[in-house]
Write a protein of this length. Structure first.
Length: 184
């Protein structure tokens, strides 16, 4: 596998080794020792899968006091995937990294604990799968507004389909003090 380090420390893009022939292909979605050597030290405890339609944007989500690291991949379709650094002492706080994940390119994106995460669907639909380093806790969930002008994500769509919750997420500057104080 090839590992690409991004400008956000801890966020990595993984290009797994794919073995293919005219019958199909095989790849390892996860191998603890290899991924540990690549920099993923956290243990995964939950796997999730979702399907979304074209122009759906999910995010930017995070858990306040029980942050989840996520190893994300697209099984079918194409998404624009985003991580926003929310680690209080990080030099890249408030900055984002993005990657196109597709069922064809089979790339994986590791988003460590301490980041907001979101994606939008570019294909007619997309099956999105991710491993998490902590359990989902709806009482601990929070988010950021997808088009926060301070973060300035260059989303490849103009009018996304959003949940009511995602339409009402706060701006980073509205919750920055809470983030930096550990939500106390």
């Amino acid at each position: 596998m090839n590992v690409t380090r991004t400008k956000l420390t801890g966020c990595i893009i993984i290009d797994p080794k794919v073995f293919g022939d005219d019958r199909g292909f095989f790849l390892e979605n996860y191998h603890e020792d290899r991924y540990f050597d690549a920099g993923i030290k956290e243990r995964f405890v939950q796997d999730n899968r979702s399907r979304s339609s074209k122009n759906v944007l999910r995010g930017l989500h995070f858990q306040k006091t029980k942050p989840q690291g996520k190893l994300v991949t697209v099984i079918d379709g194409e998404v624009f995937d985003v991580a926003v650094d929310l680690r209080p002492d990080s030099k890249t706080f408030g900055q984002y990294e993005s990657v196109i994940l597709t069922g064809e390119n089979k790339l994986q994106f590791y988003v460590p604990p301490g980041f907001a995460h979101g994606f939008c669907v570019l294909s007619e639909s997309a099956d999105f799968q991710y491993k998490c380093t902590d359990y989902y806790d709806p009482s601990d969930e929070s988010g950021l507004l997808w088009n926060d002008p301070v973060i300035n994500i260059e989303w490849p769509l103009i009018n996304p389909l959003l949940s009511e919750k995602d339409k009402l997420q706060p701006l980073l500057n509205e919750i920055e003090d809470k983030i930096k104080q550990g939500w106390q």
